[in-house]
Design a protein around this ligand. Structure first.
Ligand SMILES: [Cu+2]
Length: 270
């Protein structure tokens, strides 16, 4: 098997593993089934990509040129789905979200590498009759280099994640600049805020404890108060909030797809 084809099969297998992991452990099979029923893009697109990935593995491995061609849009689609979430999660790795962070990074890396690899394999598949077959030895060393490059990139990402996670966090830590005059709490569960209408006292600095009970990241964002806090899985952050009596501040989760799924609410100060 040629280097490009071998690399493409490897990339497809990695992509399939990452999507299976995301769907089963992060989204949850129940929510995937629910999302497919409601045709929610969060569940439908990764499922289509996964099925296509698995369906194409064997024909690509056997050298079918049309299957090889089909992997080009597939990698592009995966990059399109994973990139916005990855851009949001990538700067904020922590011990709690490391698994999600890592698998998203692998997904983006595999799809980014997958695009040129699939184009190479396609060109090779369609032009195979004209060119002489590649000798086995250089093919093997090229694929070894590819594996080494991917492993090195993954190790680099992991080192970077540890470095960023070790740097001091700013907003949302359990420290107050001023003593709070009131307390409130908010739970994030099943891509919802509970309660979605939070009452605080007007003009009083209030410590809002935001707890994420889901197994994946959420964020707590109030644009008008310049609050932007990431809350990892099973994590609690404290946000200091002051609002004038009569104010209503809208909050939402900035993780792509969550706001549209109804992860919104408002703070009412009276
Ligand atoms: Cu969310």
């Amino acid at each position: 098997m040629s280097f490009a084809r071998r690399a493409l099969v490897t990339v497809l297998a990695i992509q399939a593993l990452v999507i299976v992991r995301e769907l089963v452990f992060v989204v949850g099979l129940g929510r995937v089934a629910d999302g497919l029923g409601r045709l929610s893009p969060e569940a439908v697109l990764p499922t289509i990509i996964l099925i296509a990935n698995i369906a194409l593995l064997v024909p690509v491995w056997r050298g079918n040129k049309w299957a090889t061609l089909a992997t080009v849009p597939l990698s592009a689609l995966l990059l399109l789905v994973a990139l916005p979430i990855w851009l949001f999660v990538f700067p904020q790795p922590s011990e709690d979200n490391f698994a999600v962070w890592f698998s998203l990074t692998v997904a983006v890396l595999a799809s980014a590498v997958g695009i040129p690899i699939s184009i190479m394999a396609t060109l090779e598949a369609f032009g195979r009759r004209r060119s002489s077959p590649a000798p086995a030895a250089p093919g093997f060393s090229l694929s070894s280099m590819f594996v080494v490059a991917v492993v090195a990139a993954l190790i680099g990402m992991a080192v970077l994640a540890v470095a960023v996670a070790a740097s001091p966090a700013s907003q949302g830590d359990m420290a107050f600049d001023q003593p709070p005059g009131g307390y409130a709490s908010l739970t994030m569960r099943d891509v919802r805020f509970a309660p979605d209408a939070l009452q605080i006292r007007g003009g009083t600095p209030t410590a809002v404890f935001v707890t994420n009970e889901d197994g994946f990241d959420h964020s707590f964002d109030i644009d008008s108060a310049d609050v932007h806090v990431m809350v990892g899985p099973h994590e609690t952050k404290v946000v200091m909030l002051t609002a004038a009596a009569g104010d209503a501040l809208d909050f939402y989760c900035a993780i792509p797809g969550h706001r549209d799924a109804g992860m919104v609410g408002h703070v009412i100060a009276d």
